[in-house]
Design a protein around this ligand. Sequence first.
Ligand SMILES: [Ca+2]
Ligand SMILES: [Ca+2]
Length: 254
Amino acid sequence: MSKKESEEGWRGILGVLANIVTILGFPFAVLGVIATVLGVIFAFPQFRASLSAKPQSSVTPSVVPAVESGLEPTLLLDEDFEDGVAEDMDFQFGNWSIVQDQDDAKNHVLEVAAGAQTPDAVFGSPNWRDYRVEYRFKYSHECGGIFLEFRRSCDPACDYYVQYIEPSDGDAGLSVVQDDGEWVNYGHKYIETEAGEWIWVGVEVLGDQISIFINGSEEFRQSPRMFNSGSLVLSTFPGCRAQFDDIRVTSLSD
Ligand SMILES: [Ca+2]
Ligand SMILES: [Ca+2]
């Protein structure tokens, strides 16, 4: 074999080896690129967090817009009655029970039967100062009034604000009560409601300002400057059968 033939032989062998390396190397090169991309992605904690984050609900049940306080609200009470227990409520008067919603078999509600007394469902702390209360209610056709007492303190007679709706004459508003006495009105207006339909109510009390929302719109904004803190009571006029649901209280102060 001449030197030239020997060189051509080696060139041929090197060419074949180069082709083998190219063929074998291509998949490894692709894998290398994929590994590099994954490495870069997982090096960023935010990206990893976004992969593991639970999808957020697109439904926000709140009926009250966030108060312009700049404070982060803290949930103080959240009761939908689906577990059949109202853990943080105290029923002092009236005939209360948790029942199936007659219009929605999957929902449970707090019902108060028509009775001779003014029923009381008490919740919250005397120390609660600035908060937002939300609830919804519906009533049977005969109902004189549904109301929420708030910033209520008793020593032993009670002082409190009252947000009320009187379906019989469409009157709705805010009152002040001292020493369990007469309701002194601080603003009211005509609001029509229908028996058997859910009515959403939101009350925000922040400093001296009280705002009342009904079915999503702000109906009242008043500053009686009477009471600084206190608990809550849901109630009706005697003889009224009503259901309550989705009671939620969020703190609006530190
Ligand atoms: Ca419920
Ligand atoms: Ca419960």
